[in-house]
Structures are given as C-alpha cells and as structure tokens.
Design a protein around this ligand. Structure first.
Ligand SMILES: [Zn+2]
Ligand SMILES: [Zn+2]
Length: 139
C-alpha cells in the first residue's frame, strides 16, 4: 500500500510505501499547540518507507522522559509534517492531514488526561492517560 500527499501550499510532498504500525490521536499539550487546540492525528510509519521532497524545517524539545522530540513542518505554510523521538529514530509519526484520501482511522487515543475541557473522545478508541507502553512510537 502506498500513501501520498502534500502540505497546504504543496511545497512539500510526501510519499509512503508501506503500512502504518499504528494510527493514533495524541492529546498531549505539545500536540495541542501544534494542532491549534485539538489532538494530532498520526500514522506511525517506518522512516525508511517515507520519501519527502521540498524544504523541511524542524524544531525540538527534551521531554520529561529525557527523549528529544522533534516536530517538522513546511517553513512556507506551517503545515505539520511529522514528529520523531530520539528513542525511536526508525519511526515517524506522520500527521494525517498531509495524506490525501488515506482512509486511515485512529484506533488509539493517548495522553487523554491532557485533553481540554469539552473534549468528546470516541468511545471506540483504546485510551491511555499518558504515553502508552512500548512498542509505542513517537508522539
Ligand atoms: Zn507548505
Ligand atoms: Zn502529543
């Protein structure tokens, strides 16, 4: 299976040859900042399966776990592209908004204890109050 898409301004294009190992919502505070108040929606793919074209910018911070979390985005339009953790460089959390007609549905919601007031969580999703146990992937 393959997936393809682009950022909002089309300067960055992505193609993925492979299936995600997980599809998750993340409600952590950092994701809320990146996602304008809601969760990020992420397909956890192998880094080796992902091909990007265009200029990619990134920033990072050290999480409470001690892992460095990096988030990458299009410097022209600000669209979030993917997240990565220093603990699992072989994986990327690709933001699903990038992908066209992907048909991927989240099955897990993580960091739900940090979801803002008024959040209605899909009861069909497995829920974790914070980071799920391994083999989790980067947020
Ligand atoms: Zn862009
Ligand atoms: Zn998060």
């Amino acid at each position: 299976m393959s997936y393809a898409g682009s950022c909002a301004c089309s300067a960055v294009e992505i193609r993925i040859e492979g299936e995600p190992v997980a599809v998750r919502q993340c409600w952590c505070r950092q994701c809320q900042k990146l996602a304008a108040g809601g969760p990020t929606h992420n397909g956890i793919f192998f880094t080796a399966d992902i091909a990007l074209t265009g200029v990619v910018a990134s920033n990072s911070r050290v999480a409470a776990s001690g892992n460095e979390l990096t988030w990458s985005f299009c410097p022209a339009c600000g669209t979030q592209l993917y997240g990565a953790s220093s603990a699992r460089p072989e994986m990327r959390a690709v933001r699903l908004g990038l992908l066209d007609e992907h048909g991927l549905e989240p099955t897990v919601a993580i960091w739900v204890d940090e979801a803002p007031a008024g959040t209605v969580l899909n009861p069909a999703l497995a829920q974790y109050p914070a980071q799920p146990p391994a083999p989790g992937a980067p947020r």
